[in-house]
Structure formats: structure tokens, C-alpha cells
Design a protein around this ligand. Structure first.
Ligand SMILES: *[C@@H]1O[C@H](CO)[C@@H](O)[C@H](O)[C@H]1NC(C)=O
Ligand SMILES: *[C@@H]1O[C@H](CO)[C@@H](O)[C@H](O)[C@H]1NC(C)=O
Length: 309
């Protein structure tokens, strides 16, 4: 009896001293420095296992007069990480730039649903060459001050329809060099401050009629080296500020247009006749199907509204 009590005591001692998974802390040793106009935490050659539960802590010695509260940029290069390190936004409450570039070869990455939940001061996301291939719906909802989203050179094949709904301050959108086959007609509908959209080097096959109907400040739209064979006739209707339209190397058009103004926009329309003629039919039907989940809005082929059911 006595022996079993002692055994029990030893056993429970062992169990209670086992670290629980959520209590694990992994230190990320920053080099704090002033670089490219930012006070930043620089990290390189970091290998982070695929474990979101781990609590990551940023360590390192600050420059005189600086602290975690003054860090403006997280700059991770040549590293491996499969997800956004959310703790960056609570450790560095004034973080303005999250940058993860030139990942270790073969890296893949995802935006978790709550990746940017505490990123209320974030202005730029720069994630390039990182193997980013999965973006959870609404994952940018916590970043209302985001101005630049640069996801160039990743493996993004589709985008959640509501991704940019909360990002109303967005000015630059760069998804160049990915594998996008389609972009929903309402994707930019809340982003009225957008001035540059870059979709070069993807696999888009059409540009929906009302894709840019709310981006009236847009000056540049780039979609060269895609497979575009159809463009809605009213695609350019609301773009009074547009100066540059890149459509070189597509199926229905292969030309870049620069110095566009109201005086020469008709030349652009003329060059896009084939694309306009190809629009309708299958492209329109695909857009209707996408809308069936919520309400259904119907447009005629010329872009005028039929009604909403
Ligand atoms: C957001 O911040 C709160 C308060 O610091 C913290 O408890 C929570 O875990 C954070 N959420 C995420 C997803 O980082
Ligand atoms: C859009 O830009 C204007 C002018 O820079 C600015 O005043 C406004 O706050 C911006 N809107 C949003 C939602 O960020």
C-alpha cells in the first residue's frame, strides 16, 4: 500500500512536469537594425517546423533608444516557414511591414484564417518566392490599413472571393508570377483606392465585365503573359485615370497600351474587339454560377443590370 502511494506520487510528479504543447516557446533571434528606412527585426537561415501551436518569441538586442514597440518591419530571408508567424503582431504592436522573401527551396506557405487578426497597423505584406499556395477565406480581415499586398512569384492558383473585403486602404496589388486561372468579378469591389494591379504571368482566361467597376483611381492594370481570350465589353468603363494597360502575349490580344487618355481610348477598344466578341457564353455563365451561393445578380451581355434575385 505504502509503495503504491509513493509510486503514484512519483508518477504524478512526472506527468505534471511534462511540458504541455501550448507552453512551448521557440526564440527567434532578431538582428535589430535600421535598414531601408525601417527599424527592423532581421532574421535569416531560420528553419521553423510546421507547428502553429508553438509560441514564438522574438529576442535580440535593441539599438539604443529602441524597443519591441518601435519595430516597424519584420524581414525574414532565406528561411523556411509554412505559415505566418502571428506573434509578430502582438510582439511588435506597431509593425508596418511583414516581409518573407527568397525562402529555402521547396518551401510552401499558407495564410491561416487568423494569420493577420492582430495586424491593425500593418501597411505592407511582401511575401515573394515563398511557395505561398493556400490563402484562407477572409484572412486579411484584421488588416484594414494594408496598402501594399505583394505576393509575387508564388504558387497561388485561386483566391478566396472575399479576401480583400476588409482591405479598403489597398493601393498596390501584385500577384505577378502565380498560377491564377480565374479572378472573381467582385474581387476588387471594396478597394476603391487601388491604383496598380499586376497580374502578369498567370493563367487567366478572361477578364470579367465588372472586375474594375469600383476602382476608379486605377492608373495601371497589368495582365500580360496570361491566356486571356475574352474581356467584358465594359471592362474599361469606369477607369478614367488609367494610363497603362498591359495585355501583351494573350490569346485574343497581344499588345501593351501606354499613355492612355480619353483622346485615344478608342484605339484600345478597337484593339480589344476580338476579346469583346469572345466574351459572353461560357465566361458569363461561370460568373452567374459563382453568384448562386448568396444572392444572384444578372447582367446583360453589354454589362447593364437585369436585376438581383
Ligand atoms: C491577438 O491578440 C490577443 C491579445 O494580445 C491575443 O490574446 C491573441 O492570441 C492574438 N490572436 C492571434 C491570432 O494572434
Ligand atoms: C483613400 O485615399 C485617400 C487619399 O489618399 C485617403 O484620404 C483615404 O483615407 C483612403 N481611403 C481608405 C479607405 O484608406
Amino acid at each position: 500500500m505504502k509503495q503504491s502511494i509513493i509510486t503514484f506520487a512519483i508518477l504524478s510528479l512526472c506527468i505534471s512536469s511534462l511540458p504541455s504543447t501550448s507552453a512551448q516557446v521557440t526564440n527567434l533571434p532578431c538582428t535589430f537594425r535600421n535598414f531601408e528606412g525601417f527599424y527592423e527585426c532581421f532574421l535569416t537561415a531560420l528553419i521553423i517546423p510546421d507547428n502553429e501551436i508553438t509560441n514564438y518569441a522574438f529576442t535580440g538586442t535593441h539599438l539604443p533608444g529602441q524597443s519591441h514597440a518601435t519595430v516597424e518591419r519584420l524581414n525574414i530571408q532565406g528561411s523556411r516557414a509554412y505559415f505566418i508567424i502571428r506573434q509578430a503582431f502582438t510582439s511588435f504592436p506597431n509593425l508596418r511591414v511583414y516581409s518573407f522573401t527568397a525562402a529555402v527551396a521547396g518551401n510552401t506557405m499558407r495564410f491561416q484564417q487568423d494569420a493577420f487578426l492582430n495586424a491593425s497597423n500593418l501597411q505592407q505584406i511582401v511575401i515573394t518566392g515563398a511557395g505561398l499556395n493556400t490563402i484562407a477565406p477572409n484572412s486579411l480581415a484584421g488588416a484594414p490599413n494594408l496598402q501594399i499586398l505583394n505576393l509575387q512569384n508564388n504558387q497561388i492558383a485561386s483566391l478566396p472571393h472575399n479576401l480583400l473585403d476588409g482591405a479598403t486602404s489597398l493601393v498596390h496589388f501584385n500577384l505577378m508570377q502565380n498560377q491564377l486561372t480565374e479572378i472573381n468579378q467582385g474581387f476588387f469591389s471594396r478597394n476603391t483606392n487601388l491604383t496598380i494591379i499586376n497580374l502578369n504571368n498567370n493563367q487567366l482566361t478572361n477578364l470579367p465585365q465588372i472586375l474594375l467597376s469600383q476602382t476608379r483611381l486605377l492608373t495601371q492594370f497589368h495582365a500580360q503573359s496570361n491566356q486571356i481570350n475574352a474581356i467584358g465589353r465594359r471592362f474599361l468603363s469606369n477607369l478614367d485615370a488609367l494610363t497603362t494597360l498591359s495585355l501583351l502575349t494573350n490569346a485574343c490580344v497581344s499588345q501593351n497600351f501606354v499613355n492612355i487618355n480619353p483622346g485615344n481610348i478608342n484605339l484600345v477598344h478597337t484593339a480589344l474587339q476580338n476579346c469583346y466578341n469572345n466574351y459572353g457564353g461560357s465566361a458569363e455563365l461561370r460568373q452567374y454560377r459563382m453568384n448562386l451561393r448568396g444572392s444572384m445578380t444578372l447582367w446583360r451581355e453589354d454589362g447593364s443590370l437585369v436585376g438581383t434575385l
